[in-house]
Write a protein that binds this ligand. Sequence first.
Ligand SMILES: Cc1ncc(COP(=O)(O)O)c(C=O)c1O
Length: 450
Amino acid sequence: MSLKKYLLFFAFLFLCSCAEYSKNNKTFVNQTNLFSSKGFALIYSDQNYYDKIVNRKIDNTKLVVGHSKLKKNTLIKIINPTNSKVLNLKISKNLIYPKVFNIVISKKVATSLELDLENPYVEIFEQKLADLCEVKFSVGVNSGTDALFLALQVLGIGPGDEVITAPNSFVSTASAIKLSGAIPRFVDVDKSYNIDTNQIEKQITNKTKAIIPVHLTGRPANMSPIIELSEKYNISVIEDAAQAIMAKYNNKPVGSIGHIGCFSFHPLKTLNACGDAGAITTNNKLIYEKLLTLRNLGLKNRNNCESWSINSRLDSIQASILNVKIKFIKEWTYTRRKNAEIYNKSFSNMNEIILPPENENNYSVYHTYVIQVEKRDELKQYLDEHGIGTAIHYPIPIHLQKVANELGYKEGSFPNAEKQSKNIISLPIYPELKNDDLTYIIQTIKRFYL
Ligand SMILES: Cc1ncc(COP(=O)(O)O)c(C=O)c1O
């Protein structure tokens, strides 16, 4: 197939997705849903994923959890982006929270379609996001990790500086700090899975330039004490809201409380693109204007570069997908919370399970529904055998990662984060779960502890 035909083919598939979406908006949560109801799932893949699949190098950690219910024998068709060959795979058992391959519309396709930053899709999305987060400005970037990195860059944080954050986040939070040249200083978490604000002050030194509270699992961190400390010590606050779009703390949306908010729209996030995407929010015009150049190699205009920076432009194709999905984020979030409520009620009298804490001043969005249990690994295995996919977010706290050895922490440094990492398990919580699915999951868990 010629390049032109190939591009038209992808454009056609993409438009089909949108058409399907407008017919039945309930199915467009994740691309797999579009086709799974018809007995097969069509996966757009980039070459990297395709090669991994073909070479069977994918292990469980590389398989990305999807959002639909795939029945036994569902055919998965994976398209090779360079020659359009189709690889057929079959699902070997019913999966409620299926392990399906990440769904990526190749960036090459987006670029080749000549969708660039001149295109209004990105700006439209930025405006919608700013409105949703109740901030003045938002800047689309390539990923949540880039959002964090650029937030540190724009604040001028780098070598010689320290940044405080939680050790139980996705490794990305600490990576961004390290890559900026600063040093991550961890503070243990409390029962909410978020940074223990009582322990922050003793970690503040004259090198501390920022605090990055992470709204883990979609639950807002305890922001008031953090803002107080930031004012007392003149420290910036960058919210890692990658998992928490639409969450509210004392009625304020996350991303609007600190100086800067960072979001991810990775395919597993509650608002997700068809590949990597992210954004930064702020009320500060100067920060906003600097970020517009920082995300684009520091280019002030086509020919003049004013600072060293990275290419972190948000793809227009991702922005256009997000523009569609953002209309439904309220409804999806509401359904996630309802699912959480059903779990909470059903498990309320089980001593074996510690439920996620609720706080009436907060609006958690349940990016993940995380319980703590004894015999966690056995339960996980049991649920897997019964077609229920679960995940551990995250099994190794960042300070115990090999790469973090140089930071000087050891086992025992953060007892809460460490204990939680051994007992936590995330249950399916996505909005398309039917009541029957929830009942099945709940009964299966109860049966395990009988
Ligand atoms: C808490 C947290 N921070 C940062 C990130 C990084 O986002 P991305 O994967 O878009 O780079 C993630 C994504 O998984 C996350 O969960």
